[in-house]
Each structure stands twice: as structure tokens, then as C-alpha cells.
Design a protein around this ligand. Structure first.
Ligand code: PMP
Length: 366
């Protein structure tokens, strides 16, 4: 049996999608070809992009003035491409929140392009909480406001909309996109690589409002120009056919088998609640890292009383069939990622294992 996948990304994919993908690699129904050998210029692939786009539009109830792009270069390239589109070297600074590891990674990429202001940073507090509204003093003249909705490494998630109504919101939703409802009309641009909730690594979904596409400055290389990707319908050069196909299957699953994002959010809440309850009921044996109000429903980051117990916990978890529980290399500890495709049954199995491990650790203590 495949082990329970709690990895932070690439992460779990729905069983039905894995089965359909395995079949498609052998032979795509109706084409006589393997998925891996299909031309990106075929009518078949155009149909895949169209279907994927339709599912995203339906799932997000997308207003008509938004484009959906399937791009390469990961979220890291978006850090730069967004700045290249909206930031001017001699213009006002963009506002960037520094709430953890990944928002920290976006800063130098934007600074390479133009001025950046950081109105709030959690670095001094070790990124254990997110800012309150009264701590967010954002500039009215910023060309945009950038933040990360879910900090994958520290397990911090915004549970509310932040920012100003008169400044474009640009949001990295790499680790919580499609896990809960989002009012896209409040954002100028949303980006999320696929390898958490959307599909396999290799494709990044960008939802971008038309006024941003129209404001791309002249002279950008075409791969960095949203306009050329819109015109080419995500096939400016050879796109990652495999990754886009599997992403389409995941979107189809989310829409037709789960029943949409609101339903997905209910399931995700139930999963996270079970795991957080287990932490809270452990009498301090499992210690959540993030402030309770800001803790993530996607990445549950916690520590055990000692590094030695953490190492034993991780070793034991692997033998018991749990994959990917080690914390990010920058932080250590334990991280359980509960992306859309992680089942409630997997979470229950993990909670049970955690109880047993705690009991056995107590017996070992002289
Ligand atoms: N943003 C967030 C929130 C992430 O979690 C990650 C990677 N896990 C990235 C950006 C970087 O993504 P990529 O590897 O696709 O460039």
C-alpha cells in the first residue's frame, strides 16, 4: 500500500487522478498515444487547456476580465515577473509583507527590479505570527501590495483579506490556492505553482486581471510578458503537457467529485481541526509553532520536547507508513501538510500514531 503522503510539495494527489494518469501514460483513451508523447500543438492538447481553464473559471466563479495562464518557472519566476510588470525603478515602492521564508524569498527578486518597502516583518519574532490589522500601515501610492497567503515553511495563514481597496493586491497562494473560497475580484493577480493543491510540479497557475496584462512595459522578453502568454493561450513555447494535463484532472476532480471549493474547505477544516486538537490535547508534548489565531490549515508545524524525540518520531513515522513529515530544512521540527488530496483517513491514522508515540515515549522515560 502507498504510504500516507504529508509532504509539503510536491505532495499528495487524489487516488483517482493517479490512476487516470497511470493509464494516460500508457495510452490516452481515444488517441492511441501515450500522454508523454502528445504534441502540444494537437487539438487534443488545446482541448485540455480549455477544459482546465473552464474548471478553474467555474471553481473560482471568475469575473470575465481575468485571464488564466499555465506558466513555467515556478512561483520563483513569478516573484520576478510581477515586479518586471508593475514596478518602475524611478517610481513609488511596492509594499511587500515579510511574514516568513517564502515572502522573504520574493523580496530580493523584486528589489532587483525596483523599490520595495516592507511595512511589516515577522523576522524579529521568528515568524511565529502574522500582523494584526492595526500593524499594517500600507502606502496609498504603491503600484501593488504583495503578500503570501500561506507561509508553507512556518505554517502561518491569513484567515482574512488584507490590504487596501485602492492598491492592487498581488498574492502568492502557492500553498493554499483552491483549498478555500477566495474572492478573486479583490486581487489584481494571484499565482500558485501546481505541486501542492493543484497537480504535479512543472506548471504555475496565474490568475491575472486584464488591466495588469495591459500595463506590461514595452521591451520585456516574451517569456516574461503576460501579454504574449495570454495571446498564445499558455502555449508560447512548448508547455509542460504532462503537468497541465494532470492539473486539469485535479481541477475536474475538485469540481465534480468533491463538489467545489466550499466543500473542499469544509473537508480541509475538519482535517486540520483533528490534528490541532491532537496537538492541543497532548499536554505540551506536541507544541504547535504558530500563534493559534494564524495557524495554517495546510501546513501544521510542530515540535516535540527535544530534538532527539523529534528524530525518533520522524524515523518511527516512516516505518509506520507516513511520508514527508520532516520540517523544512531551515527550521527542523515536524510539518504535516494537509493539502486537498490528503484524506481524513490519513489524518486519523497520523493522529493515532502520534498518540501511540507519545505513550511509548513516556514509558521510555526513566
Ligand atoms: N511560494 C511559496 C508559498 C512556496 O511554498 C514555494 C515553494 N514551496 C514557493 C513560493 C517557491 O515555488 P517554486 O519552487 O515553484 O519556485
Amino acid at each position: 500500500m502507498r504510504s500516507h503522503n504529508f509532504a509539503a510539495g510536491p505532495g499528495a494527489l487524489p487516488e483517482v487522478v493517479l490512476a487516470a494518469t497511470a493509464e494516460a501514460i500508457r495510452e490516452l483513451p481515444g488517441t492511441g498515444q501515450s500522454l508523454l508523447g502528445m504534441s502540444h500543438r494537437s487539438g487534443w492538447f488545446q482541448g485540455v487547456v480549455e477544459e482546465a481553464e473552464n474548471h478553474f473559471r467555474a471553481l473560482l466563479a471568475l469575473p470575465p476580465d481575468y485571464h488564466i495562464l499555465f506558466l513555467q518557472g515556478g512561483s520563483t519566476l513569478q516573484f520576478a515577473q510581477i515586479a518586471l510588470t508593475l514596478l518602475r525603478r524611478d517610481g513609488p515602492a511596492a509594499d511587500y509583507l515579510h511574514t516568513g521564508y517564502w515572502s522573504g524569498k520574493s523580496l530580493p527578486e523584486a528589489r532587483a527590479v525596483g523599490p520595495v518597502r516592507v511595512p511589516w516583518s515577522g523576522a524579529g519574532g521568528g515568524f511565529r505570527r502574522l500582523p494584526r490589522d492595526d500593524e499594517l500601515v500600507l502606502a496609498a501610492d504603491a503600484p501593488y501590495f504583495h503578500y503570501v497567503s500561506n507561509e508553507t515553511v512556518e505554517g502561518l495563514q491569513f484567515h482574512r483579506l488584507i490590504g487596501r481597496g485602492d492598491v492592487r493586491r498581488v498574492c502568492d497562494m502557492s500553498s493554499d490556492f483552491l483549498s478555500r473560497p477566495v474572492d478573486v475580484s479583490q486581487f489584481g493577480l494571484i499565482y500558485a505553482h501546481a505541486q501542492k493543491n493543484l497537480g504535479p510540479a512543472g506548471v504555475t497557475v496565474v490568475v491575472v486581471r486584464d488591466d495588469i496584462v495591459r500595463s506590461v512595459p514595452a521591451g520585456l522578453p516574451s517569456m516574461l510578458d503576460y501579454r504574449s502568454h495570454v495571446q498564445a493561450r499558455s502555449a508560447l513555447n512548448t508547455p509542460p503537457v504532462f503537468a497541465i494535463y494532470v492539473t486539469m484532472l485535479v481541477a475536474r476532480w475538485l469540481r465534480h467529485e468533491i463538489g467545489g471549493i466550499a466543500q473542499m474547505a469544509r473537508i480541509n477544516e475538519a482535517k486540520a481541526t483533528r490534528l490541532y486538537q491532537a496537538l492541543d490535547a497532548s499536554g505540551g508534548f506536541y507544541r504547535g509553532r504558530a500563534a493559534v489565531a494564524d495557524r495554517s490549515l495546510m501546513n501544521i508545524v510542530f515540535n516535540l520536547p527535544t530534538p532527539d524525540l523529534e528524530a525518533r518520531f520522524l524515523r518511527a513515522s516512516e516505518t509506520r507508513g507516513f511520508y514527508g513529515l520532516e520540517g523544512h530544512r531551515s527550521l527542523g521540527g515536524v510539518r504535516a501538510s494537509l493539502y486537498n488530496a490528503v484524506t481524513l483517513e490519513s489524518v486519523d491514522a497520523l493522529v493515532e500514531f502520534m498518540r501511540e508515540f507519545q505513550a511509548s515515549a513516556r514509558e521510555d522515560t526513566p
